[in-house]
Design a protein around this ligand. Structure first.
Ligand code: OGA
Ligand code: NI
Length: 264
C-alpha cells in the first residue's frame, strides 16, 4: 500500500513536461493525467478542484500494464492485480448480507471491472475558496480508498461532515450509487468530499472503483430480482450502467445526486 502511494507521488512530482505525455481528458484512453477532476460535460461550472489525477482503466481484466507510465508501472500493476484478486471476496462480503449466494455479484458480472485513480492534492494557498474534491457519491458499486497519512476526507453523516482520518494499513470502503440501485436501497451510497488544505505535505490517495462488466454496460438492469417482494417493491426503474453514467456525468459531478432520476 505504501509502495502504491509513493509511486503516485513519484508520478505527480515529475517535471510538468514529463507528465504532459499523459495529459488528456479523452477517457477512452487507457491512461489519463488531468487536473481538477472530470470537468467535461458538467451541467454547470463548479469551483476548480485542487487536485491532479492519474487514472487508468481496462475492460474487465484485460489490463495492458505496459501502457502505464514507467515510473509507477511496477507498483500500479501489483496493486491492480491485488484489487482484481479482491473482487471475489468483495462480492462475497456484499452478497451475503443481502441474502444472495456468495458469488452473486461477481457471477452476474455486476462486480467485474476496475478503474483506478491516483490523486495528488497539493497544498492550496486559499483553501477556503475551493475543495480538493467536491461533494459527490461515487457511481461505482464499491470504492476502496487508500489514503496516505493526512487528513481531508470527509463523509456526510446525518447532515454533518465527519472527518475520516487515514488509518495505517486500512482502506475506506464507500458504497456507490449503482450498488444502491441494484440493492434496492438496502445499501446506501455515501456522499463524501476532500477538503483543500494549506499546510503540510501534499495529500495522496489511490482510489479503486469496482464496476460492472464492460460488455454488459448497455444491458438492461435494475434492482436485483431476488431482493424484491410484495413488501419490498422495486424503488428504481430498469436502466443500464451506461444510461446511469450519462446521467451521473451531468448531475453527480456537480454536487447533485444521480439516483432520484431513476426512481419509480
Ligand atoms: C473519488 C474520491 C477521495 C480521495 O476519487 O471519487 O472520492 O480521498 N476520492 O481522494
Ligand atoms: Ni468519491
Amino acid at each position: 500500500m505504501e509502495d502504491m502511494t509513493e509511486s503516485i507521488r513519484r508520478f505527480h512530482e515529475q517535471p510538468q513536461e514529463a507528465k504532459m505525455e499523459w495529459y488528456s481528458r479523452d477517457f477512452s484512453r487507457k491512461v489519463n493525467y488531468y487536473s481538477s477532476g472530470d470537468i467535461k460535460g458538467r451541467a454547470k461550472p463548479v469551483p476548480a478542484e485542487w487536485k491532479d489525477t492519474l487514472s487508468c482503466r481496462a475492460a474487465d481484466d484485460q489490463w495492458d500494464f505496459d501502457a502505464l507510465p514507467e515510473l509507477c508501472r511496477h507498483e500500479m500493476k501489483e496493486y491492480i492485480k491485488n484489487m482484481i484478486d479482491l473482487q471475489e471476496k468483495l462480492s462475497e462480503l456484499m452478497s451475503k448480507p443481502l441474502g444472495l449466494s456468495k458469488d452473486h455479484l461477481s457471477s452476474t458480472g455486476y462486480l467485474k471491472s476496475i478503474k483506478l485513480s491516483g490523486h495528488y492534492y497539493p497544498a492550496c494557498p486559499e483553501p477556503d475558496l475551493t475543495l480538493g474534491t467536491i461533494k459527490h457519491s461515487d457511481p461505482s458499486l464499491l470504492t476502496l480508498v487508500l489514503q496516505d497519512k493526512g487528513n481531508g476526507l470527509q463523509v456526510l453523516h446525518n447532515d454533518q461532515w465527519v472527518d475520516i482520518p487515514a488509518v495505517d494499513g486500512a482502506f475506506v470502503a464507500n458504497i456507490g450509487d449503482f450498488m444502491q440501485l441494484l440493492s434496492n436501497d438496502k445499501f446506501k451510497s455515501v456522499e463524501h468530499r476532500v477538503l483543500a488544505t494549506s499546510f503540510g505535505k501534499p495529500r495522496i490517495s489511490a482510489v479503486t472503483f469496482f464496476l460492472p462488466c464492460a460488455k454488459d454496460i448497455h444491458k438492461p438492469c435494475g434492482p436485483i430480482k431476488e431482493l424484491l417482494s410484495d413488501n419490498s417493491p422495486p424503488i428504481y426503474r430498469i436502466t443500464s450502467y451506461a444510461e446511469f453514467m450519462s446521467h451521473y456525468r451531468v448531475v453527480g459531478q456537480i454536487g447533485g445526486r444521480a439516483l432520484p432520476h431513476f426512481k419509480l
